[in-house]
Design a protein around this ligand. Structure first.
Ligand code: ZN
Length: 242
């Protein structure tokens, strides 16, 4: 019985790594699959993971129709037993419905990987549709961490290093590895360096620090200026040993 499974989590929780592993496992058993992605951090038509794995994929655009994608391949004799759908939060609700139909009427397994909510804590329309339609929603077990060490449950957007809670839902930026030094981001996205374009970045935070809008960069800044924080930082720190 084919299934529609939505693997969800915050950014940096290993979704793309799992997507690639899943593809490998099924391929190794002789099944035929198609990989899809949308706005991957490494560019178009690719699935890339933080751990350095990267492979080609079909880029999902507004005009993509998953039903047609499968039919076209099967017509040319290709085996399509499953689909790997990365960055699935960017798919339209209609495309998610096409995927459900592909599962039910063509017996194709669909493994979708996506973030549930955006930098404003609102659900992405595509993710909402996945939650509504999926046979199973699986929350990924590899947890991203906030700079304070707590489990990161929220995706924050920064513009020129400042956390924002308003703006367009989809702006592709970079997820800073070390919690947001601007130099690293400029290096990661060279085209941003020359222009006066604002640098958009993303960072995973615990809800507490999301609500208080304290990113790693902000916390460092305050600490380096020896400023008194508007709240008790120690009370927010998580001590792994205790
Ligand atoms: Zn935190």
């Amino acid at each position: 019985m084919a299934e529609l499974i939505f693997f969800s989590g915050t950014m940096d929780c290993g979704k793309s790594t799992l997507a690639l592993q899943m593809d490998y496992n099924h391929r190794a058993r002789g099944r035929g699959g198609v990989r899809f992605s949308c706005n991957d951090r490494a560019g178009g038509s690719v699935i890339s993971s933080r751990l350095g794995l990267q492979t080609d994929a079909v880029e999902v655009i507004d005009a993509t129709d998953f039903w047609d994608e499968v039919v076209r391949r099967r017509t040319t004799g290709l085996k399509v037993d499953y689909l790997i759908c990365d960055e699935a939060q960017f798919y339209s609700p209609e495309q998610v419905e096409q995927l459900a139909r592909v599962v039910d009427e063509m017996g194709v397994d669909v493994f979708a990987f996506g973030i549930t909510s955006d930098f404003r804590t609102r659900l992405f329309p595509g993710s909402q549709r996945f939650v509504e339609l999926a046979d199973r929603v699986q929350v990924l077990q590899v947890e991203a961490l906030c700079w304070c060490g707590r489990r990161a449950t929220h995706n924050a957007r920064t513009v020129d290093g400042i956390m924002v809670v308003e703006g367009e839902q989809v702006v592709v930026g970079d997820v800073a590895m070390d919690g947001g030094m601007e130099a690293d981001r400029a290096e990661a996205i060279p085209e941003r360096a020359e222009a006066s374009q604002p640098v958009v970045g993303y960072e995973t935070l615990c809800r507490r620090h999301y609500m208080r809008r304290v990113t790693a960069h902000g916390a460092n800044l305050m600490a380096s200026r020896d400023q008194l924080l508007p709240f008790d930082v120690d009370a927010c720190l998580w001590h792994g040993a205790s």
